[in-house]
Structures are given as C-alpha cells and as structure tokens.
Design a protein. Structure first.
Length: 238
C-alpha cells in the first residue's frame, strides 16, 4: 500500500506501544523544555526489559554513511544505541547526538561495546554523503544510516518511531519563541519525529530507552550497568 497509508495503518500499534512505554507519543518532537521530560525506569535491577518482552526493534536493511548496504546483522554482537532523526533538525537531533558523543567519551574503552546508530527519517534529503558529514561533526564513532523511503518506513515501524513531514511554520506554531530568525521559511520542511534513544542488546532486543533530555551521564551509566549485569558482548572479559 502507499507509504502514507501504511504509516497511518500502523499508527495505532505504535501509539499503543508508545503509551505502554511512556514515550510521550503526543509530544512527538515538539517538546523543547528538558525540564518537562522525565526519564523512566531509573531503578537498577528492573532497568532492563527481559529479552523479547518488548516489541521494539527488528530486521532492517539500510545504507550506511559510506554508501554501503547494511543490515541489522552487520551490527550484531554489540549493544546498540539507536536514535532516529534528520540532519536538518533544529533542536532534538543535534542535542541528542551531542549527548551520545559525550556518553561515548565517558565510556572510554567501553565505548567499543556499543554501536551508536543515527537513522534518518528524512531519506529524501539525507544522502549517505550528508549523513557522513553530519555524524562526523559529533563523533566519528556514530554510524549514519539512511535508505529508500520504504526501507526507512520499515525500520521506523520496527522501532515504533512515528515521523511526519511538517512545514517549518507549523513546527514552531506551538512555541514561536523557539524559532530562530535564521530558520528557513517557505516550502522548506522539517520532520516531526519521536526523540527517544533505544538501548538494544547485542541480539537486538529492546532493553530500555532514554527520553529526549536524558543526560550523557545517564546514557553512559546505563550502558555500564548493562555491561555489568547483562554481560559484555562477544564474551569479552571485563
Ligand atoms: Ni530531530
């Protein structure tokens, strides 16, 4: 079916899952006040979902920022940090990618136990070259992934990420004070999208997620907790 209808038809499932996980579905990308965001699952022992219990994640085929076709199997064997966005994003994406970069620095040598993936939900504009340039600006360890509209729709559905093109005017409608005078006008568009970052197991099972506004320290300490309680990937010794 047409991409548009396909996305619509899966909205209910996505919304139900998002509600279940407290992902703040209705806020999409529009929340900019970090203070209103609360991290969920901040306990220790119950921090991670048992493997296979949360229907988030799944097989994908995408194109990496070197222009090579890759699948989820290329990223097996390490933990995954999975974040969706677009290079033209005015706020959530650069903030989150910066947090991920700082978290990787905090992890030191343990950073090699994680693949940080940034998946574009704007495949129309985000070419592999653009993705390469963009992720490198934050951290060369971040892997930019894009693909065809259909490939992106498939992976976004698997990860329960809703996204939608929106005019720049509409994007800032709820809070015009956030609008920078340099923001594009006219027929330029943004893409509203959910801003959570997933932590997936080395088997690509959902473990937990970080809402937008979670600190780099929270990401790093949660990954450390996963390493110490769930194990290091590939039988790697501590
Ligand atoms: Ni964004």
């Amino acid at each position: 079916m047409p991409l548009r209808l396909h996305i619509r038809s899966t909205l209910l499932i996505i919304a139900a899952t998002a509600a279940l996980l407290g992902l703040g579905f209705s806020t999409l990308h529009l929340l900019k006040d970090r203070g209103t965001q609360t991290a969920v699952n901040t306990g220790a022992a119950d921090r991670f979902a048992p493997p296979g219990t949360v229907p988030i994640g799944g097989p994908f085929t995408l194109v990496n920022h070197e222009g090579r076709t890759v699948t989820d199997e290329d990223f097996a064997g390490k933990y995954l940090l999975v974040f969706f966005g677009f290079t033209n994003c005015p706020d959530v994406c650069p903030t989150t990618l910066n947090d991920i970069a700082v978290a990787l620095d905090m992890l030191g040598a343990d950073a090699k136990t994680v693949w940080p993936l940034f998946i574009s939900i704007d495949p129309e504009r985000d070419t592999p070259d653009l993705m390469a340039e963009y992720v490198a600006a934050f951290d060369p360890r971040i892997i930019g992934l894009t693909g065809s509209a259909e490939q992106i729709a498939t992976v976004a559905e698997a990860y329960r990420i809703f996204y939608e093109k929106t005019s720049v005017d509409a994007y800032f409608e709820s809070d015009p004070t956030q609008r920078d005078t340099s923001e594009p006008k006219g027929d330029e568009y943004f893409v509203s999208h959910q801003g959570q970052t997933y932590l997936m197991s080395p088997d690509n099972d959902y473990l937990t997620h970080f809402n937008f506004g979670a600190s780099a320290d929270e990401m790093a300490s949660t990954i450390r907790l996963a390493l110490s309680t769930l194990g290091r990937p590939d039988g790697e010794e501590k």
